[in-house]
Ligand binder design. Structure first.
Ligand SMILES: Cc1cc2nc3c(=O)[nH]c(=O)nc-3n(C[C@H](O)[C@H](O)[C@H](O)COP(=O)(O)OP(=O)(O)OC[C@H]3O[C@@H](n4cnc5c(N)ncnc54)[C@H](O)[C@@H]3O)c2cc1C
Length: 411
């Protein structure tokens, strides 16, 4: 077996970081996807680095991937998010639960530079994701997909989509939630009929990444592209969503990386900038802010690494759900505060766009919302801490009977 230098992947990311930092503001201002960074990620093997070797990946651990994401997030949030989604979330669900055909189909697309999209959220099903109404009706050897998803990261640039939908059998029974792989590649004329990207959101931060509304109007999906949970559709969402624990760790790491980058900039600035005849770094009021920022970045990093490493011992191969939830919750909230404090230290310059702090501040704000809000993560952590279910519906925990007849809400 080839021995790999312990920090090889981190060093690779550090080499690429200045290239990514140079154009981070440009992607933000022009609201453009950073296509020019993709070949660098592909050449370094970072797209799909966690995929197994037999599928062309580097078989890197989630911990290695987290080290890479932090270094890239210090330079360019947009590029770091691409590395998250090219290793965690949708593609990791396919690699863990998909058929050989599905793995052979998806892996090369990601290795060639695609950032897959994971499609869960709907206009009426946000935090209450299991209330989704998009349906996949079985019809012979196909599924017919109907519904709307919104706030889908990469909608319009991604080729692979993992779409979650209620699976309805030919007798109109609602079996539960499954995943469906949808491939779109307009450059090759691949545009599934009935699949439409209608609208791009105008976001306050992360502006180079499209967040889009996707419509499915009788889209036909071959049975071979249905990601069937091993435990059956009834418990399927919970099973497939174990992959999401890796994405949560990835998202938390992007937030922590932005904070670490902002802290570095603040430390340099405090030593350079003088007021009252002294460098700002000599004022204790600011020194203590640096101490708190440094401590919160360090604590976030430890929690994220612990969560990432838990995948090695987990039966699913994914990070432990609770460690991932705690790490994402803590890191995202701490990062917002750290970046805000760094901006404060730059005074007016922090508020203007000559420094990247204002972009970093807008970018980091997202991480308590996307990928499970801070409140929803708290619900989960509290349930675990108290050893009880914490039902959120008025009538308590509703466990759908197996094969419940499907009803459209309001019908
Ligand atoms: C930039 C960005 C990227 C995203 N990317 C994707 C993506 O790629 N794929 C995807 O499927 N989705 C994506 N999302 C959607 C994201 O997952 C949802 O926004 C999130 O799940 C919250 O849903 P909602 O926005 O509908 O808020 P709501 O669920 O309507 O919640 C509104 C507020 O109420 C709180 N709340 C809700 N329920 C409870 C409760 N039980 N207890 C306490 N508080 C509660 C929430 O925390 C929130 O503060 C993205 C969102 C953003 C902002």
């Amino acid at each position: 077996m080839i021995a790999i230098r312990p920090n090889l992947y981190k060093e690779l990311a550090q080499e690429l970081a200045p290239t990514f930092a140079a154009r981070a503001d440009e992607w933000d201002k022009t609201r453009t996807y950073c296509w020019d960074n993709i070949p660098h990620l592909v050449d370094a093997g970072l797209m799909g680095m966690t995929l197994p070797r037999e599928h062309g990946g580097l078989a890197a651990s989630f911990h290695d991937c987290v080290l890479v994401i932090e270094e890239i997030a210090k330079a360019c949030t947009l590029t770091a998010r691409i590395v998250v989604e090219a290793n965690m979330g949708g593609i990791s669900a396919v690699m863990a639960y998909g058929s050989k055909f599905q793995k052979d189909f998806c892996a090369p697309i990601v290795l060639a530079g695609d950032k897959p999209a994971i499609c869960i959220t709907e206009p009426e099903a946000g935090s209450a994701a299991t209330e989704m109404q998009t349906t996949a009706r079985k019809c012979g050897d196909k599924y017919i997909l109907n519904g709307t998803k919104h706030w889908i990261t990469g909608g319009g640039v991604s080729k692979l989509h993992l779409v979650f939908a209620r699976v309805i059998d030919e007798q109109n029974n609602d079996l539960g939630i499954g995943g469906f792989i949808l491939h779109r590649d307009p450059s090759k004329g691949i545009n599934p009929r009935g699949f439409e990207i209608r609208r791009r959101e105008h976001t306050m931060g992360l502006c180079g990444m499209p967040e889009a509304e996707l419509h499915f109007d009788n889209v036909e999906i071959d049975e071979a592209f249905a990601l069937k949970p091993k435990s059956g559709y009834h418990k399927g969402f919970a099973e497939l969503m174990t992959a999401y624990n890796s994405q949560r760790v990835g998202a938390g790491t992007v937030a922590m990386g932005i904070a670490a980058g902002a802290l570095n900039r603040a430390k340099d600035y405090l030593k350079k900038r003088e007021q009252f005849g002294r460098p700002l770094a000599e004022f204790q009021g600011l020194q203590w802010m640096i101490a708190d920022m440094d401590t919160s970045v360090h604590a976030s990093r430890l929690m994220l690494h612990e969560a990432a490493k838990s995948a090695d011992t987990s039966p699913t191969g994914f990070p432990d759900m609770n460690l991932a939830a705690r790490a994402k919750l803590f890191a995202s909230e701490a990062a917002i505060k750290t970046v805000s404090d760094a901006l404060q230290m730059f005074g007016a310059r922090g508020y203007g766009d000559q420094e990247p702090l204002e972009r970093m501040y807008r970018d980091v704000r997202m991480f308590t919302i996307g990928g499970g809000t801070a409140q929803v993560l708290r619900n989960q952590i509290a349930g675990q801490a108290l050893g009880m279910k914490t039902p959120q519906t008025r009538d308590g925990y509703v466990d759908l009977p197996h094969s419940a007849p499907f009803r459209v809400v309001g019908e």
